[in-house]
Design a binder for this molecule. Structure first.
Ligand SMILES: *[C@@H]1O[C@H](CO)[C@@H](O)[C@H](O)[C@H]1NC(C)=O
Length: 107
């Protein structure tokens, strides 16, 4: 019984964390925050990209893309990122699901 509970716990822990967190988002200043949403289309994955360029050319220290729906959506950095003053984040929903991310940039 205990084994089953641990297994269930692990399954939820592992499957619920599709958030992308890179670098330091704890001790830094948040300079950008945006919710990225798109409605669901049957049989489709929704894809959106978001680009941030720091107006003061500060170096990005942390990036977070949090999946608000706890789905199997995923997010990646495709350009720039930590160590640059710009970043492009690509977000992809689970098939049939809406896209609902929270993107935060820290310097
Ligand atoms: C991010 O990269 C991983 C591994 O290459 C890939 O499986 C995933 O689909 C990518 N996600 C997005 C949103 O591009």
């Amino acid at each position: 019984m205990r084994f089953v509970l641990v297994t269930i716990f692990l399954f939820f822990t592992v499957s619920a964390t599709y958030d992308m967190i890179i670098g330091d988002t704890v001790h830094r200043k948040m300079v950008f925050h945006q919710r990225v949403k798109d409605f669901a289309i049957p049989f489709k994955k929704r894809i959106k990209t978001l680009t941030y360029t720091d107006p003061e050319q500060r170096i990005i220290k942390g990036i977070a893309a949090i999946d608000n729906d706890f789905s199997h959506a995923s997010a990646n950095v495709t350009e720039g990122g930590v160590g640059c003053s710009h970043v492009t984040v690509r977000m992809k929903s689970q098939r049939h699901h809406p896209l609902n991310f929270e993107v935060e940039i820290y310097v």
